[in-house]
Structures are given as structure tokens and as C-alpha cells.
Design a protein around this ligand. Structure first.
Ligand SMILES: [Zn+2]
Length: 144
């Protein structure tokens, strides 16, 4: 799995800017031809969102259109997962996080079996830590 420093930096800026509220977005990427490596290329931020200190619920409104456009331009790049912040928290996923990944994997429109979840622990000035998880069969496995 490849996640560029540039993209991480961008995500970090968005995440710390919204501190102390949670914030997040979706991840766009592509697999190599042999499907062994996932390159995470970009993030899309929700246009409408409800950020609370301990919950983050994004709205799919607007995202579907955006995803269609990306797909038309670059058919190999598509939705690969999610990221969100845990302000002053750990990078462990919550039950809510796991349940939302189960919903995503079950969603026929999204059509992805192994979405990724990136969790960033942030404070008001920087990203303290981050963890990347890969969903597989109702479990989130930490990617080292
Ligand atoms: Zn969370």
C-alpha cells in the first residue's frame, strides 16, 4: 500500500484545521495490474458534513457525482476507503468505525471488498499519530 507524504500532509492540514472537531473524507486510489499494491492518490472532502467532537458523519451528497467524474477521466482510479481524525484521541478504531466499514463493504454501489480506513490522532497544530487499517470480512486489520 502506498500513501504519499504529500497526500498525508494535505490530510493533516485539513484534520488539524477542524480541531477540536472530527473531520474526514474519502480516499481515491488505484491498484497495480497484479492487484498486489494499492496506491492511494487523492482525497475528496465531503461538501456537507456534521462534525462533532466524538462522532463524524459524512454525507454522501455530492460525492457520488464527483466519483463519477473521476471515474470518467481515470477509470483505474476509484473509491478505496475513508479517513477521519480523532482529536486528542488514539488511532484505534471505534465500534462505530467498524460498523461503518461493514456498511461500506456491503454497499453494492461502492462495490469494494477491502476498503481502507485511515485514522489520525490530531491536536490543534499537528498530527500526533496515524494508523491505517484494511477491512476484511467484518474485521479491521492494522496495516504496518
Ligand atoms: Zn473514529
Amino acid at each position: 500500500m502506498v500513501l504519499s507524504d504529500y497526500l498525508l500532509q494535505e490530510i493533516g492540514v485539513y484534520g488539524t484545521k477542524c480541531y477540536p472537531k472530527e473531520f474526514g473524507g474519502i480516499l481515491i486510489g488505484e491498484y497495480t495490474e497484479d492487484f498486489k499494491t494499492l496506491n492511494i492518490r487523492d482525497t475528496i472532502l465531503p461538501k456537507k458534513y456534521k462534525g462533532e467532537s466524538y462522532s463524524f458523519e459524512r454525507s454522501i451528497t455530492g460525492l457520488v457525482e464527483h466519483l463519477k467524474k473521476i471515474y470518467q477521466l481515470k477509470p483505474s482510479q476509484y473509491y478505496v476507503g475513508e479517513w477521519h481524525t480523532h482529536p486528542d484521541g488514539s488511532t484505534h478504531y471505534s465500534n462505530t468505525d467498524l460498523n461503518s466499514m461493514i456498511e461500506i463493504a456491503d454497499c453494492k454501489t461502492v462495490n469494494i471488498q477491502n476498503p481502507v480506513l485511515l485514522i489520525l490522532s490530531v491536536n490543534k497544530s499537528k498530527v500526533n499519530d496515524l494508523s491505517l487499517y484494511v477491512y476484511d470480512n467484518k474485521k479491521l486489520l492494522k496495516y504496518e
